[in-house]
Design a protein around this ligand. Structure first.
Ligand code: ZN
Length: 242
């Protein structure tokens, strides 16, 4: 079975549509949270994920946009976008976000937005930051989002830890390791210097996770953000993938 892994959509409908088109042949899809915040189409993105019944965990922006997270954790631009998103969200979609769980376990993998130690807030961007989650995992594989940077940290069969960044076309061969934590990068706001939308595909027969990047119409999203009065630095950064 092939499972499409998407994360950090952030109200970016153009990026979401392009990624979903790429994984339309997958048997299943899962989402690692942050459906909203930053981007101009929060309701449209939630509707797609809901209508497709994609299992999803809550992200910090999802919680903040329904008033369930302290905004002092957010920088000014992110905060302004959260406040805009909160006003924009339909009642139905607000209810949907309220019901999202923090973690979900499947047969042979689990998902969380930040880390298992701190599901909403902790960024895993290094080996050291990944170790607590690797030790807490109930399954051999855990997908995380939140940093918007594709990354893999593994525990090897002789009990050592190793980690590396992932790029377009990279494959993580899980059979070589005891456990693995994988960040598939962000669909709607990549931050690793590559502006293309990022996603993963997990083949649970081959036991491989592949990372892919796909271009989308960034200008169209920027136009919509300007129309809606979203902060200019958030508009600019999409072009650079930072
Ligand atoms: Zn995010």
């Amino acid at each position: 079975m092939k499972i499409g892994i998407i994360s950090d959509i952030h109200g970016n409908l153009e990026a979401l549509n392009v990624v979903l088109e790429r994984i339309k042949g997958a048997d299943k899809r899962v989402c690692l949270g942050d459906l909203v915040g930053y981007g101009p189409n929060p309701n449209e993105c939630i509707k797609i994920v809901r209508d497709m019944n994609i299992p999803t965990v809550a992200g910090n922006h999802d919680k903040a946009s329904i008033g369930e997270m302290d905004l002092t954790w957010f920088n000014r631009n992110a905060r302004d976008a959260v406040i805009w998103t909160k006003k924009e969200l339909s009642e139905e979609n607000t209810e949907y976000l309220k019901c999202l769980p923090l973690t979900v376990e499947f047969d042979d993998f689990e998902i969380v937005h930040g880390s298992l130690r701190d599901p909403l807030s902790e960024y895993v961007t290094s080996i050291a930051e990944a170790v607590p989650t690797l030790e807490q995992m109930k399954k051999p594989l855990c997908f995380v989002g939140h940093s918007h940077k594709p990354l893999c940290v593994v525990k090897t069969k002789d009990g050592k830890y190793d980690g590396w960044q992932l790029q377009d076309g990279d494959v993580v061969r899980l059979k070589e390791f005891e456990k693995a934590l994988v960040n598939v990068g962000g669909v709607g706001q990549p931050r690793d210097g590559d502006p293309r939308a990022s996603y993963g595909v997990y083949d649970n027969e081959k036991k491989e996770v592949s990372i892919y990047r796909v271009p989308y119409n960034i200008e169209r999203v920027q136009e919509k953000m300007r129309e809606k009065g979203l902060p200019e630095p958030l508009i600019e950064r999409l072009k650079y993938g930072v």
